[in-house]
Design a protein around this ligand. Structure first.
Ligand code: 5GP
Length: 197
């Protein structure tokens, strides 16, 4: 269950000012997160994630290409730990890897994502960072990769969670610490309705 949600006000303001609704429950934030990137906002958000996971030992940040990489790097920089991203295409040079299937909500297609066995080690504690949490398919794929490696996802941080999709509830039911900086209750009629804390 979602408890103690703290909206991160600089992000809420930016979404109000510059976020755009697309049909089908998609929020477009490509002027500051997904295409053009505002590194000052990313830095503020990374600091906030670090504050929220301060009590958790973390060895590495895990994300998935492409849109998770920028926020994950900023978090890795603040935590001073490496950042590893799951790839959507198997590099020809990679032999030993973990593999999972991930359905992409925005692209309506299933990817086979992979990560070299070199970069997720048994017993590592990972923080998964991504831009959006919708149905939780990317997150579930990362849980699978971690499980194959014998590593543990010790927390998950999302810039935007869409509460009208099922991912947040599924992940919290598993007992995971899931931190979202902005939670959107609805995008109906192309109006952004934020969850209040
Ligand atoms: P999930 O795997 O949780 O179903 O969906 C999350 C992934 O889909 C994120 O990595 C993100 O790239 C993409 N995504 C889902 N919903 C949205 C959205 O409303 N806007 C954008 N820009 N991407 C989204």
């Amino acid at each position: 269950m979602l408890q103690n949600y703290q909206p991160f006000e600089p992000l809420i303001k930016r979404i109000r000012d510059d976020g755009k609704c697309l049909p089908g429950g998609i929020l477009k934030v490509d002027s500051f997160i997904n295409h053009q990137i505002d590194p000052m906002l990313l830095k503020q958000m990374a600091d906030e994630f670090v504050r929220r996971f301060a009590g958790t030992h973390l060895d590495k940040v895990l994300t998935i290409e492409a849109s998770g990489i920028a926020p994950a790097i900023m978090v890795g920089l603040e935590l001073k730990v490496p950042v590893v991203f799951a790839k959507k295409k198997k590099p020809s040079t990679m032999s030993e890897m973990y593999v999972a299937e991930v359905f992409s909500f925005t692209k309506n297609k299933t990817y086979t994502v992979c990560c070299s066995k070199e970069f997720i080690r048994p017993d590592e504690k990972l923080l998964f960072i991504d831009d959006f949490l919708a149905n939780g398919n990317a997150a579930k794929g990362m849980l699978e990769l971690a499980e194959q490696a014998g590593a543990q996802i010790a927390g998950m941080g999302f810039i935007v969670e869409k509460a009208f999709q099922s991912g947040g509830a599924i992940l919290r039911e598993k007992g995971l610490q899931v931190e979202s900086l902005a939670i959107i209750e609805s995008l109906d009629n192309c109006t952004i309705k934020f969850k209040e804390n």
